[in-house]
Design a protein around this ligand. Structure first.
Ligand code: HEM
Length: 212
């Protein structure tokens, strides 16, 4: 099996493990399992995969044992993007809850929708340029710059679901009920930790803070 195929296979296996863990946790949390819940599973799993893909460089800067996993970045990022597509497609199927386009253009929902669109657009551009046909035809400097936009996509995605879900997180942090946190809070914290480590890495590389 060639390297590309092996990396795809291992990344897909890993992504399905993440999806399965979110499935079990989300079913247990909401005590039901319909399309509405499956949408949440794909959405939260996508955030974790995109975070891992963007974060592997900074994780391995602070934990060099992870350097070996850098080669998985592209495949985890692409799978995360496919999960985002599944999330958006399921939203369109859930016309009763999220009638399109009316639902998305209300005062309370438009901001979250615009952040979702912007994040999806950046992810789409990254998915396109990650293809070897396009990559070979681009200047390496520009190609690397575009791939750095991944962190922007992650931040936009975090704001997108943070706007709506933060009410439930504050509720949970106030009463600690149910005992386990909402799945979206777990995904959010993975994303925030990834952005924080990236900032620390930049500061460390510029000599502003020392590496441990
Ligand atoms: C055009 C694309 C998108 C649309 C139309 C969309 C729409 C939505 C909607 C309507 C919700 C609320 C769902 C609910 O109340 O259960 C939601 C939640 C969410 N979205 Fe998106 N979204 C899009 C893109 C994204 C992207 C790019 C990401 C991540 C990078 C993302 C991650 C999430 C997450 C994690 C949640 C919270 C799930 C939960 O409640 O557990 N979405 N999205």
């Amino acid at each position: 099996m060639n390297l590309e195929k092996r990396l795809w296979l291992e990344s897909l296996l890993f992504s399905f493990v993440i999806l399965l863990l979110f499935t079990l946790y989300t079913f247990a949390f909401y005590q039901k399992g319909d399309l509405y819940i499956f949408n949440k599973i794909f959405a939260n799993a996508s955030v974790v995969l995109i975070s891992l893909s963007m974060g592997l460089a900074s994780y391995s800067y602070f934990f060099p044992k992870l350097l070996h996993y850098l080669e998985f970045r592209k495949y985890l990022g692409l799978t995360g993007f496919y999960f985002v597509l599944a999330h958006a497609a399921i939203i369109l199927l859930l016309q009763n809850r999220f009638p399109f386009p009316v639902y998305f253009f209300q005062q309370e929902t438009i901001a979250a929708f615009l952040f979702a669109l912007a994040s999806s657009l950046v992810l789409l551009v990254m998915a396109v340029v990650s293809h070897s046909f396009i990559r070979k035809r681009m200047k390496p400097r520009i190609w690397r710059r575009i791939l750095r936009l991944g962190h922007l996509a992650l931040v936009l995605g975090l704001i997108h679901f943070g706007i709506k879900s933060s009410v439930f997180w504050i509720d949970w942090l106030t009463y600690f009920f149910p005992i386990f946190p909402p799945p979206s809070l777990i995904a959010f914290l993975v994303g925030v930790a990834t952005i924080a480590l990236r900032i620390l890495m930049e500061l460390s590389q510029r000599g502003i803070i020392g590496k441990k």
